[in-house]
Design a protein around this ligand. Structure first.
Ligand code: FDA
Length: 303
């Protein structure tokens, strides 16, 4: 119920206005977001890399309704990749892109605009030795996102995608994607979805996660296990023993566990969001964990 309300608020312009304009939000937001500007993302990358963790960086923004905003997002990724390269941090780095931030949600030819813009980002990543992963948004975008993935992979076979364990379709998508060279991040799923397309019960989502993970680990692709759930992490360790894969977690969430995994020699990549459009991302993090909401409300009340 709380999750549903917070996810509804994540898409409400009214709630957005209230939360964004409250200066007291910022200290809590800073726990989950690396900063507003490119140098903030570069500096977070440097400290994560120095502690043995890799990164995937997200320039925050989604549901773009203007072509110019989509273009601005492409430029932001391009500057970020150049800055990482200048600092010797680009090789092995990844950028995560929401296709709705580069035009997918535009009426008419949104799909084509998003494809062209994602291609520009893939070219910029390729030029500095970085990779690109396409984030997955709500289920109305899944077909378009997987089509764009397959078109990009013709020229950039290392472009990765995200599958969401809460969707019924994901088991079939995982079978399609578990092929050589295919980078697949598996997460539980962060959006509000109807029961016509998605499991609603947490234990069913978790069971499907393990089913899909097994498919990916038995396939020939490169699984990326995106979860903070200790049970999932333990199962991934067993299923992935002796093969190449990586763990992924979000910036600011279970940082101690991130370091433990990196220290024991397993590959750990941290998803680093930055930029001023933090609202939707932040609300999804609150929705995942009531304790985060309590922390947020306490911070507001005690200032
Ligand atoms: P779950 O929510 O069951 O949490 C398990 C435990 O992890 C909790 O008990 C708590 O200890 C800890 N935890 C989880 N969330 C926390 C939080 N917000 N704050 C503090 N502790 C927390 N989703 C999507 O739909 N599309 C996408 O493209 C992506 N991309 C993505 C990349 C990466 C690297 C990660 C880690 C996650 C995503 N997600 C995503 C989000 C994902 O779908 C999911 O909502 C969150 O990861 C939470 O699910 P968990 O698997 O962590 O388990």
């Amino acid at each position: 119920m709380l999750r549903t309300s917070l996810l509804a608020a994540a898409r409400s312009p009214w709630a957005r206005n209230v939360v964004e304009r409250n200066p007291l939000s910022q200290p809590v937001v800073n726990r989950f977001v690396a900063g507003a500007l490119t140098p903030d993302a570069v500096s977070a990358t440097r400290s994560l890399v120095e502690s043995g963790r890799a990164v995937t960086i997200d320039y925050l923004g989604e549901d773009t309704t203007e072509v110019a905003d989509a273009k601005h997002t492409v430029e932001a990724y391009s500057s970020l990749l150049s800055a990482l390269s200048e600092q010797g941090l680009a090789a092995g780095a990844d950028v995560s892109v929401k296709l709705s931030a580069v035009g997918q949600a535009l009426p008419g030819d949104g799909h084509k605009i998003a494809l062209d813009n994602a291609r520009l980002i893939a070219e910029a990543a390729s030029a500095v030795g970085a990779t690109l992963t396409l984030d997955m948004e709500d289920h109305t975008t899944t077909d378009s996102t997987l089509e764009i993935l397959s078109e990009l992979r013709v020229d950039f076979p290392w472009v990765g995608a995200v599958l969401q364990a809460y969707l019924y379709r994901t088991e079939a998508d995982a079978r399609d994607l578990a092929s050589a060279g295919s980078r697949v991040r598996l997460c539980k799923g962060a959006y509000r979805e109807p029961d016509s397309v998605a499991y609603q019960d947490k234990s069913e989502v978790d069971r499907n996660y393990v089913r899909v993970l097994r498919i990916l680990m038995q396939g020939d692709g490169y699984p990326m296990v995106a979860s903070h759930d200790p049970r999932i992490i333990a199962i991934a360790g067993e299923l992935g023993a002796g093969r190449d894969f990586e763990y992924q977690m979000l910036y600011g969430i279970r940082p101690g566990e991130q370091e433990t995994i990196a220290r024991r020699g397993d590959k750990m990549r941290v998803y680093v969001p930055y930029g001023v459009q933090w609202y939707g991302y932040f609300m999804r993090r609150l929705a995942e964990r009531p304790a985060n909401l309590a922390f947020f409300l306490r911070a507001l009340a005690t200032r």
